[in-house]
Design a protein around this ligand. Structure first.
Ligand SMILES: C[S@@+](CC[C@H](N)C(=O)[O-])C[C@H]1O[C@@H](n2cnc3c(N)ncnc32)[C@H](O)[C@@H]1O
Length: 392
């Protein structure tokens, strides 16, 4: 085993991450990125052809994401892999307690994932690739296990928003005698207490991270990591290109909206919109460098994109209610991204009819015969991802 991998394993055996408590019930709410229907719909604009899929959580840690993946996708078989036996022990217990029973865990380096018997339709890899000695090799190993038409969700660190963290990591490493993570946490905490109030590293820690970092596991994950490669947009797309997969889009699209930054200056906005895609992202990152991670979907072709611009196709499609809605049934609810939505009476009735699908098998036209809503509003429900469509 490489020295780096051994050091990473030691960190997570000392401080299994994340340290979220174990519950005796399914986890509350949802993260739509872990719901196959929602993720597939986000990436293609339509319902996936099947739900009895195989899911891999690569670098699952203590199984927070794995547990959601299992509960949000009850027909799926879920596999979690990780280097740390201690973290896997917590993950197994977490899933056992909440009744997630279609999950198998293995202690496995993700670069050796080809040892698992079959390919996966959804691979989730959150907070892991930047801890590998060679992230490109890591993403290539995962990509080779992604089935055609499959999706990969990746989260990696961004260097601009982690500048202060990197400096503190280096400072602690300079002062630390040996690779003793518990000692390192003590030393790091002492450093933060000792530095002047208005010190930049202290201010950033207090404003952005300190709430989470009350827990030693989080503090160690942030400031004592023996291996971290942060990305910028250029190196991010080098990683993505090296995967051989297709970039579908960022899974936090609001951040990448130019309107958010340039909305008050229509001419500047137009000029920015004319830029090639990657330059647009570059511009946004330069103008808002506070971001500490990138999260995005990749796909192995073929991945068919739906086109609902034709009224005929839309009327013939079978709609159902988006699975990630909090507060249903009500006219006031949270959408997949926990944004509040207020529905008109007819929109609510349309959504109620969708809720009875797909068992009933009614298409949009059938429902519009019963509910007085125009097609433009149906498209608005679709744009807000309140409904998911199956093509006729
Ligand atoms: C920051 S934690 C993230 C855990 C989980 N994905 C989450 O987001 O809650 C990183 C995890 O990746 C695991 N890891 C690091 N390198 C790995 C590798 N080469 N193969 C498998 N797991 C690895 C670590 O053991 C650790 O549990």
């Amino acid at each position: 085993m490489s020295e780096i991998r051994a050091a990473v394993q030691r960190l997570y055996d000392t401080y299994p991450f994340p340290p979220e408590p174990l519950l005796d019930a399914p986890p509350p709410g949802y993260n739509w990125r872990w719901n196959w229907l929602a993720a597939y719909n986000f990436c293609t604009g339509q319902k996936p052809p099947k739900q009895d899929i195989r899911i891999l959580d690569a670098g699952c840690g203590t199984g927070i994401g794995t547990e959601y993946l299992a509960h949000l996708n009850p027909e799926a078989d879920v596999v979690g892999i990780d280097l740390s036996e201690k973290a896997l022990g917590v993950a197994r217990e977490r899933c056992r307690r909440s009744g997630a029973n279609r999950v198998a865990f293995h202690q496995l380096n993700l670069e050796e994932v080809e040892q698992l018997p079959a390919q996966f339709d959804l691979i989730n890899c959150v907070g892991v690739l930047h801890h590998l000695p060679n992230p490109m090799q890591g993403i290539q190993s995962l990509a080779a296990q992604l089935a055609p038409g499959g999706l990969m969700h990746v989260f990696v660190y961004a260097e601009l928003g982690r500048w202060e963290i990197r400096l503190m990591q280096e400072a602690i490493a300079l002062l630390q005698d040996q690779e003793d993570y518990r000692e390192g946490v003590k030393l790091g905490r002492e450093l933060f207490e000792t530095l002047p109030e208005n010190n930049r590293l202290v201010k950033r820690e207090r404003e952005r991270w300190s709430l989470d970092n009350q827990r030693d596991e989080c503090f160690a994950d942030m400031y004592l990591h023996p291996q971290e490669i942060d990305f910028n947009l250029e190196t991010l797309f080098e990683l993505i290109d090296a995967s051989g997969l297709e970039f579908v889009g960022f899974s936090n699209p609001q951040f990448w909206q130019l309107e958010r930054l340039l909305g008050k200056a229509p001419q500047l906005l137009e000029r920015a919109k004319d830029l090639p895609e990657r330059d647009r992202y570059r511009l946004i990152e330069r103008l808002d460098p506070d971001m500490a991670h990138y999260e995005f979907f990749l796909a192995r072709p073929p991945l068919t994109q739906a086109d609902w611009s034709s009224d005929k196709a839309l009327l013939a499609a079978i709609p159902e209610r988006h699975p990630c809605i909090e507060g249903w049934p009500s006219r006031s609810l949270f959408n997949y991204d926990y944004q509040i939505v207020n529905l008109s009476e007819s929109e609510f009735e349309f959504l109620q009819a969708c809720d009875a699908n797909p068992a009933r098998g009614a298409n949009v036209q059938d429902i519009l015969a019963e509910v007085s809503l125009n097609l433009e509003r149906v498209r608005a429900l679709l744009d807000q991802q309140l409904i998911i469509l199956t093509p006729a």
